[in-house]
Design a protein around this ligand. Structure first.
Ligand code: CA
Length: 457
């Protein structure tokens, strides 16, 4: 049977080679939410280089991009049990394996190296259809992955470059119950493409909790690729799925009439927390414990005057003059600005009408829960009430005290600035809490270090 499988692969390769006078690449999409497979509703593929885009609707999750003139090839679906490696060899980190199961039964998967040493052995009970797996290898060299169904074996060769993976792992990544993977042809969709074009993919899916979610990926594919969307609550702003700022990609989220960045800013050069940030034309940030890794995960921390970039003479001890009457861009990207106290009010009352924007201190009932990233990977338990229904996806963010130390437990709260002064030494700030679903609104000391989130002009 091993020979037969190889034979089928050879036939497939041969038929692609002869029919395919037109080179093509195939983009395959699946989605997961915290390692649980979720069904994609649709996928928007935008070609930034050519200014075109197209949408695939489930169960159509594969896009074939031909880049010379030709008629769409008709893909013959084999009926037999088989295994396909979706990625290309050599494999640097992980590769995608698809297994077609003709009828529901147990499938054994065994990975061996060239010496016949077994590296991984698992069993899966699989329904009829295509099943996708992500294989991560800790070994370098030639590996053989064999799947067995009802005594039939199919093997693919994986040439692994060996990676930082500490162990071999096979992770289940998706299922197509129809047993037929629908493919859209770019020519049919009128989608212009050349290899290396800059593509942005937005995957839309409902989370297991029933909240509209999405993920944004970008790539410049030169060859066939498989992509896994990691679905997070929230829908990107129409036409602005992501922003590239300071060589970092920020995704966006539309909440009511407002378009927000979906992450706290991590822009600027890290400075030691014992030093005040200054009006020096350089964006400076603090990272908890002076460790840049914290900034990558949680965002940078900024004194208020730095966050508004000393606009109209503002400092941490004196008021700006005059008070700006438009948007304050501060450290935000061009076309974006720091939310005013009023804009925070618009957001929080939209999510929870019980929020009182005139209150100093806490108000609302579930607004904070709707704004917080779920789970306790970043938040301390219980991360009370977190549904992230808005997609705002707030993480906790530490705090730099005015004298330069940090709150030791980063998982407690989140303190994003507003661009609105409270008085000469204080500015408005919101607080999200690990142990509450309400929101805080306080005039906090400008010289403390807090996070920043940007909103679209
Ligand atoms: Ca500065």
């Amino acid at each position: 049977m091993k020979k037969l499988c190889l034979f089928i692969l050879l036939i497939m390769a041969f038929s692609m080679g002869t029919k395919g006078q037109k080179p093509s690449i195939t983009l395959t999409f699946t989605a997961a939410d915290k390692n649980t497979y979720v069904q994609l509703d649709s996928i928007r593929v935008s070609n930034i280089s050519q200014g075109v885009d197209t949408v695939l609707f489930y169960p159509d999750t594969v896009l074939v991009l031909e880049y010379t003139v030709g008629i769409p090839g008709n893909k013959k679906q084999e009926e037999g049990f088989r295994v396909i490696q979706n990625g290309q060899n050599p494999v640097t980190d992980q590769t995608r394996i698809s297994i077609f199961v003709p009828e529901k039964d147990k499938v054994g998967i065994n990975v061996i190296d060239v010496r016949g040493r077994s590296l991984l052995k698992t069993d899966w009970q699989l329904d009829r259809g295509y099943h996708s797996f992500s294989f991560k290898s800790a070994e370098s060299g030639l590996l053989f992955l064999t799947a067995t169904w009802r005594g039939k074996n199919c093997t693919v060769k994986i040439l692994s470059e060996g990676t930082a993976n500490r162990e071999n792992a096979l992770v289940y990544a998706g299922f197509e119950s129809s047993g037929l993977i629908m493919k859209s042809n770019a020519k049919v969709l009128g989608f212009a493409f050349n290899p290396g074009d800059s593509l942005i993919y937005i995957g839309y899916a409902m989370t297991p909790a029933g909240i509209k979610g999405s993920d944004v990926l970008e790539d410049r594919p030169q060859s066939s690729e498989s992509y896994l969307f990691e679905i997070v609550e929230g829908i990107p702003c129409p036409g602005i799925p992501a922003v590239n700022y300071g060589e970092q990609i920020y995704t966006t989220v539309q909440i009511g009439t407002q378009c927000w960045l979906k992450e706290y800013l991590n822009i600027g050069s890290m400075v030691d927390s014992l030093i005040d940030q200054t009006d020096n034309g350089i964006i400076e940030k603090y990272c908890k414990d002076n460790d840049p890794d914290y900034c990558s995960t949680y965002g940078g921390l900024y004194q208020w005057a730095e966050v508004v970039q000393y606009l109209n003479g503002a400092t941490n001890t004196t008021s700006w003059y005059p008070v700006p009457n438009g948007n304050v861009q501060g450290i935000c990207p061009s076309g974006w600005h720091l939310p005013s106290d009023f804009e925070w009010c618009t957001l929080t009352t939209y999510l929870d009408p019980s929020v009182d924007c005139n209150v100093t201190g806490t108000s609302g009932t579930d607004v904070g829960g709707k704004m917080k990233e779920t789970g306790t990977l970043y938040w301390d338990p219980p991360n009370l009430g977190a549904t992230n229904e808005s997609g705002f996806s707030a993480r906790p963010s530490s705090y730099r005290y005015t004298y330069g130390a940090f709150i030791s437990d980063i998982g407690l709260n989140s303190y994003p600035w507003a661009a609105t002064e409270y008085n000469s030494i204080r500015a408005w700030c919101r607080t999200l809490y690990y142990d509450s679903a309400v929101i805080g609104r306080n005039g906090n000391q400008k010289s403390g270090g807090r996070t920043a989130r940007c909103i679209k002009d």
